[in-house]
Design a protein around this ligand. Structure first.
Ligand SMILES: Nc1nc2c(ncn2[C@@H]2O[C@H](COP(=O)(O)OP(=O)(O)O)[C@@H](O)[C@H]2O)c(=O)[nH]1
Ligand SMILES: [Mg+2]
Length: 702
C-alpha cells in the first residue's frame, strides 16, 4: 500500500441544513469514485454514513461519519478525499464544529426549493471560525419546485457578493440532466442512471447570453482577488488566461473571497463527478494551509506547527465514539510529521503515554488497516487508554497542544433518576463515557437539590443520548425537570421566639431553653448570630450548640426544605438545668425556637432570577416578547444588529425549562439565547402557596 502524498489530500466537510441531501451526496461521491458498488438511499437505511441504528430508524444523521475515497484528477494524480458527513439538525452542531476544525473545505448544501435555512446559516458562520474554503451546492434540482435563481439570490443576500455562480441548470425540475459550466463555458449533460457520467456539449445559442453574463461575473469575482488581475480585467475585458483564472480561483477560495456555486441532484448523482474534479484541482491541500497555532503544555505563548511531513509527529483527536465489539475509536488528523502503527506518543492533556496500536482508514462502519498516516490525513485509532476529543498527542521530545474545538454551551438541562435503584454508579460511569464521546453533552450532580443533571443542545439531543445509554449499556432512567434551588427568608422582626426542650423519662433527662430575637438582613448579608446572654442564663459552653442548631435549620429550611438566607438571630435569654442540660438539648431548643420565630416573621420564598439575552430575526419580535411575558419575564432592553433583534431581560429560572425548544419553534430555529444567574427575588404569593403545597405533598409521599 502506497502512502498518499500530503499534497494529494483533500479534507472535506459536507454540511448544511438537515434534509438538504448531505448523506445522499456522500453516497453519490463514494459510488462515482468506485469506493462502493451501489448507490444506497437514506429511505432504505443502507447508506454508508448513516449506519447507526438510531440514524436508520430516524432517517437522519446524528453522528458525523468519517469516510474517504480516491479520485483521479485531471493532471493524472490520485487524490485522497477525506469526507466528513455531518448531521444537519441544530442539536448536533458540536459534530459540525469538530468536522470543520479538521477539514479544509466545506461543501454547504442548499435545497433548491427551500433556499437558505437555519442550518445553512449556522454552517456558514462556523466556517468563519475555521477559515474553510466554501463551495455552495444547490441540490434537489430534479425536484418539480426547484428554483435556482431564487436560491442563488438568497445565497448572495445572506453571504454577500463573494458568492459566484460556476454552474446554472439548463432544465431544472423533473427531467433535470444538464448544467452550463460558466468557468469552462460548456454544457454538461448527465446520464440519469445514477452513475453520474456526463458528456460535454457546446452551449446552445439561446443560453449563450446568460452563460456569458455569469462568466463575466465569475471572472470579475476572480479578478478581484488580485490587483494586477483586476487591472487586466478592466482594461482588456474578461480575457484572463487559463492560468490566471486557475490562480484566481485557488487564491479566492483560500482567502474566502470566492464562494463558488455548483448545481447537483444528490439522489440522481448529477454533478458529483465535475464537483470532485473541481475539489481536486482547486481546493486547498493540507500543505497549502498556514501553520497551525498551538502552544507548549506549560505555556500560553503561541507556537506554529507547520504541515511538514518531516516534522515531529503531532495529531489532534476531533472525535471519539465507542462502538460495540470495538471499544473506543478515536478519529484524528495529523498536523505534523507522520505516524505509524505501534508508535508511542504523549497525550499532553494528562501527560500519559499512548501507543497507536492500529490505524484505520474509515468508511462509516467499515475500516481498513493503514500502516502509516501522513501529515494532513485523517484516520481512526482504537484502544487509546486515556485520550479523548480535543486532546493533542505529540512526541515526547516535542510536546505540543493544539487549539481545542470550541463547543457550544448547553441550552437545556434535565434531571434523571435511575429506574432501577442500585444502577446509580454504573449509570454515572455510562454518562461519563457518553460525555467523552460527545462533549456537548454534560453531566453534573447538584448536591443542593440532590439531583443528577444532564445538559445538552436540545430535547432531541438529550433523548438521543438516553436512547444510546439504553441500547448500549441497557440502563433506563426517568427524566424530570430539575428542582429549582429556592431560598427562604423573612420580612418581619420577631422580638421573642421561645422554646423550652424538656424530657424526663427515666435516667438522665434533657433540658434546654432559649429566647431568640429574629430579624431580616439585607439581601446578600447572609446569616448573623449574636450572643447577648447576660449573667450566664445560658451557660457559655452551650452557646455553640445553640448556633449549631440554628445552622441545621438554615440548611434544611422551614417552609419547603430550601436554604434559609439573610437572617440575624440574637440569643438574649434562656435557662438551664444543672444535671439535665446538655448540647443536644440546646441544639433542639434553638432549632425549634427558630422555626417558631421564622414562621411568625412573615416568611417568604425566594426564587433565582436569570439575566437572559435572546437574539433572533426581527420578524419574530412579537412572538418572542409575548412569550417572555408569559414566563413572568421583565424586558430590560432591546437592541438591533442588522436584521437581528436582541432582547435583554430577566426571567425566573422556574419558567425556563422548555425555553430552548420554545424559542426554536417560535423563530423557525433562528433564535438563540444565553443566560446567567442574576439574583434572588420573592416568589409571587399565588405561586408561593403552590410551591408549599407541592412540597408538603412530596414530603407526605416520601
Ligand atoms: N428529489 C431529490 N431528493 C433528494 C435529493 N437529495 C436528497 N434528497 C432526499 O432528501 C431527503 C434527505 O436527504 P439526506 O441525504 O438524508 O439529507 P441530509 O439530512 O442533508 O443528510 C431524503 O429523503 C433524500 O432522498 C435530490 O437531489 N433530489
Ligand atoms: Mg445526513
Amino acid at each position: 500500500m502506497v502512502t498518499v502524498k500530503p499534497e494529494n489530500i483533500r479534507n472535506i466537510t459536507i454540511t448544511g441544513h438537515g434534509g438538504s441531501g448531505k448523506t445522499s451526496l456522500t453516497e453519490g461521491i463514494l459510488y462515482v469514485s468506485g469506493m462502493t458498488n451501489r448507490l444506497g438511499r437514506v429511505e432504505e437505511g443502507n447508506t454508508v454514513s448513516d449506519y447507526h441504528k438510531d440514524e436508520i430508524d430516524k432517517q437522519m444523521s446524528i453522528n458525523s461519519s468519517i469516510l474517504n475515497t480516491s479520485w483521479k484528477a485531471n493532471d493524472g494524480t490520485d487524490k485522497k478525499i477525506n469526507i466528513i458527513d455531518t448531521p444537519g439538525f441544530m442539536d448536533f452542531v458540536g459534530e459540525v464544529r469538530s468536522a470543520l476544525r479538521v477539514t479544509d473545505t466545506a461543501l454547504i448544501l442548499v435545497d433548491a426549493f427551500k433556499g437558505i435555512e437555519v442550518g445553512t446559516e449556522s454552517s456558514f458562520a462556523m466556517t468563519n471560525d475555521y477559515e474553510n474554503n466554501v463551495i455552495f451546492l444547490v441540490n434537489k434540482l430534479d425536484q418539480e419546485n426547484a428554483n435556482f435563481d431564487r436560491t442563488v439570490e438568497s445565497i448572495k443576500e445572506h453571504f454577500g457578493n463573494r458568492v459566484a455562480v460556476v454552474q446554472f441548470p439548463v432544465n431544472p425540475g423533473n427531467g433535470f440532466d444538464a448544467v452550463i459550466d460558466v468557468a469552462r463555458m460548456k454544457l454538461l449533460r448527465f446520464k440519469t442512471d445514477g452513475k453520474g457520467e456526463y458528456t460535454e456539449e457546446e452551449i446552445p445559442e439561446p443560453l449563450k447570453p446568460k452563460a456569458n453574463e455569469y462568466h463575466q461575473a465569475f471572472v470579475e469575482a476572480i479578478a478581484e482577488e488580485d490587483e494586477e488581475l483586476m487591472e487586466k480585467f478592466f482594461e482588456e475585458g474578461a480575457n484572463l488566461t487559463d492560468e490566471e483564472i486557475d490562480f484566481g480561483i485557488k487564491m479566492g477560495m483560500r482567502e474566502r473571497k470566492l464562494f463558488p456555486v455548483f448545481c447537483i441532484s444528490a439522489t440522481k448523482n448529477i454533478g458529483t463527478r465535475d464537483l470532485l474534479d473541481f475539489i481536486s484541482d482547486y481546493t486547498e491541500s493540507p500543505l497549502d494551509k498556514p501553520a497551525e497555532i498551538g502552544r507548549r503544555p506549560d505555556s500560553d505563548d503561541p507556537i506554529e506547527i507547520a504541515p511538514d511531513i518531516n516534522g515531529q509527529p503531532t495529531i489532534f483527536i476531533f472525535k471519539t465514539i465507542s462502538e460495540k465489539n470495538i471499544g473506543e475509536l478515536s478519529f484524528f488528523r495529523v498536523y505534523s510529521g507522520k505516524v505509524q502503527a505501534g508508535l508511542d506518543l504523549v497525550n499532553e492533556a494528562n501527560g500519559k503515554s499512548e501507543r497507536l496500536s492500529q490505524l484505520y482508514s474509515m468508511n462509516g462502519k467499515d475500516r481498513k488497516e493503514m500502516p502509516e498516516v501522513v501529515v494532513g490525513d485523517i484516520a481512526g485509532v482504537v484502544k487509546l487508554k486515556d485520550s479523548h476529543t480535543n486532546n493533542t498527542l505529540s512526541s515526547k521530545s516535542n510536546p505540543v497542544v493544539l487549539n481545542e474545538i470550541y463547543f457550544p454551551k448547553p441550552n437545556i438541562t434535565m434531571a434523571i433518576v435511575a429506574k432501577n435503584k442500585g444502577d446509580e454508579d454504573k449509570i454515572a460511569s455510562a454518562l461519563h463515557s457518553l460525555h467523552e464521546e460527545d462533549p456537548t453533552f454534560l453531566v453534573q450532580f447538584n448536591p443542593e437539590t440532590a439531583q443528577t443533571l444532564i445538559s445538552g443542545q436540545g430535547e432531541i439531543h438529550l433523548n438521543t443520548i438516553l436512547n444510546r445509554m439504553k441500547s448500549k449499556y441497557n440502563f433506563e432512567v426517568d427524566v424530570t425537570n430539575p428542582r429549582i434551588p429556592y431560598r427562604e427568608t423573612i420580612r418581619a422582626v420577631v422580638n421573642d421566639a421561645e422554646f423550652k426542650h424538656k424530657k424526663q423519662s427515666g435516667g438522665r433527662g434533657q433540658f434546654g431553653h432559649v429566647h431568640l430575637k429574629i430579624e431580616p438582613q439585607e439581601r446578600g448579608k447572609g446569616f448573623e448570630f449574636v450572643d447577648a446572654v447576660v449573667g450566664g442564663v445560658v451557660p457559655g459552653r452551650f452557646v455553640p450548640a445553640v448556633e449549631k442548631g440554628l445552622h441545621e435549620v438554615l440548611n434544611t429550611g422551614v417552609l419547603i426544605g430550601s436554604k434559609v438566607i439573610d437572617v440575624k438571630v440574637t440569643l438574649f435569654d434562656g435557662s438551664y438545668h444543672n444535671v439535665d442540660s446538655d448540647e443536644i438539648s440546646f441544639k433542639i431548643a434553638a432549632s425549634q425556637a427558630f422555626k417558631k420565630g421564622f414562621m411568625a416573621a412573615n416568611p417568604v420564598i425566594l426564587e433565582p432570577i436569570f439575566d437572559v439575552e435572546v437574539v433572533f430575526p426581527e420578524e419574530f419580535m412579537g412572538a418572542v416578547s409575548g412569550d417572555i411575558s408569559t414566563r413572568r419575564g421583565r424586558i430590560m432592553g432591546m437592541d438591533v444588529f442588522g436584521k437581528l433583534q436582541k432582547i435583554t431581560c430577566q426571567i425566573p429560572l422556574s419558567e425556563m425549562n422548555d425555553y430552548s425548544t420554545k424559542l426554536r419553534s417560535l423563530t423557525q430555529g433562528r433564535g438563540y439565547y444565553d443566560r446567567k444567574f442574576s439574583h434572588y427575588e420573592d416568589v409571587p404569593k399565588e405561586i408561593e402557596s403552590k410551591i408549599i403545597a407541592e412540597y408538603q405533598k412530596e414530603k407526605a409521599e416520601a
